[in-house]
Design a protein around this ligand. Structure first.
Ligand SMILES: NC(=O)c1ccc[n+]([C@@H]2O[C@H](COP(=O)([O-])OP(=O)(O)OC[C@H]3O[C@@H](n4cnc5c(N)ncnc54)[C@H](OP(=O)(O)O)[C@@H]3O)[C@@H](O)[C@H]2O)c1
Length: 296
């Protein structure tokens, strides 16, 4: 049987930790047609997602489940933490497991090799990375010969890492964009310059009125037009449905107007990549981030 491939539109779950809200959002997402659920060990919701999915009539075969190894687990706990994620998500295999962020080349390689082992055992179908640079990807490929399935990266009108996008597309590494809508509402805390100006927001609002769509639909459509797979998050059932409804068309000039809002340089992306390593202390690496079965 062919492996399932990543659906173009998935459901993001970062910050969705209130059980009733998460349950309603996931039920709405599945009912709407979403088949990809994106979570992470650090999101504090794998256990709840497992409970919620177990109650649905949809079969495991139809679902594409992604989680991410917490950077604290790279040194000693990649295997154990993935096995705990499997338990919390109540599944025998994960469709996609990502290294959540780029650390040192040695740490990345240690964790990636363990993911390769888990893939050989059938516990993971695809392995990928998130928040990785070109150099970080090249090091893994050079050492293991295994190309990541995707790179999940920040993508918004103001924060598009274009050089990295080109590299991934040229090397058949899928692009998954995150926090596509967020800068419309508030600056991404990791990218303080990312907030849209009043003038830029007014331009986006005009486009929404022109096409009779909302801001999520506009920006999701724009990201898909740049070959991104998307994983919008919403706690609001109506917005969950709207984010899946991208069957409209936006004029090329309007997409180009959004493109012109980008102010992200390769240097800024690189600084952001480097900052992940500073956030993980040697003590955290020794201890890992393990939650056993319950993750609450
Ligand atoms: N790999 C990583 O390091 C990383 C980092 C960040 C995110 N992610 C993943 O990417 C997913 C998406 O990113 P994100 O959570 O930052 O946010 P996002 O999808 O950009 O959404 C940002 C906010 O916009 C609101 N929203 C959603 N749809 C909307 C719509 N149609 N109209 C108006 N407002 C809308 C939501 O608030 P309401 O809930 O109030 O609707 C949401 O909190 C995450 O949930 C997570 O799975 C990964």
């Amino acid at each position: 049987m062919n492996e399932k491939q990543l659906p173009q539109i998935g459901f993001g779950t970062w910050l969705l930790t209130d059980f009733p809200t998460l349950e309603k959002a996931i039920e709405t997402a599945l009912h709407t047609g979403y088949r990809h659920i994106d979570t992470a060990q650090v999101y504090n919701n794998e256990y709840d997602i497992g409970e919620i999915l177990a109650k649905q009539s949809i079969s495991r075969d139809e679902l594409f489940l992604t989680t991410k190894v917490a950077p604290q687990n790279y040194l000693n706990f990649t295997r154990q933490s993935v096995e705990e994620s499997l338990t919390r998500l109540q599944t025998d295999y994960l469709d996609l497991v990502l290294l959540h962020a780029e650390l040192s080349p040695e740490l990345n390689l240690t964790a990636y090799q363990e993911l390769i082992n888990l893939q050989k055992e059938g516990k993971i179908k695809h392995i990928g990375v998130s928040n990785f640079s070109i150099a970080g990807i090249e090091h893994l490929v050079q050492k293991t010969g295994v190309k990541p399935y995707c790179n999940q990266i920040v993508c918004s009108p103001t924060t598009r890492p274009i050089e990295l996008e080109d590299y991934c597309l040229d090397h058949d590494i899928l692009l998954v964009g995150y926090s596509i809508i967020k800068p419309y509402f508030s600056p991404n805390p990791f990218y303080p310059e990312s907030a849209l100006s009043t003038e830029e927001k007014a331009k986006l609002d005009e486009m929404c009125a022109k096409y009779d769509i909302n801001i999520g639909q506009l920006l999701n459509y724009w990201a898909v037009s740049h070959n991104y797979h998307i994983i919008p998050k919403s706690s609001n059932p109506a917005r969950v449905e709207e984010n899946f409804a991208l069957d409209f068309s936006i004029d090329r000039e309007d997409l180009e107007t959004i493109d012109q809002m980008n102010r992200f340089t390769a240097k800024e992306y690189q600084e952001q990549v480097a900052s992940w390593e500073d956030r993980i202390t040697p003590e955290a690496l020794e201890t890992g981030l393990l939650y056993k079965k319950h993750f609450k």
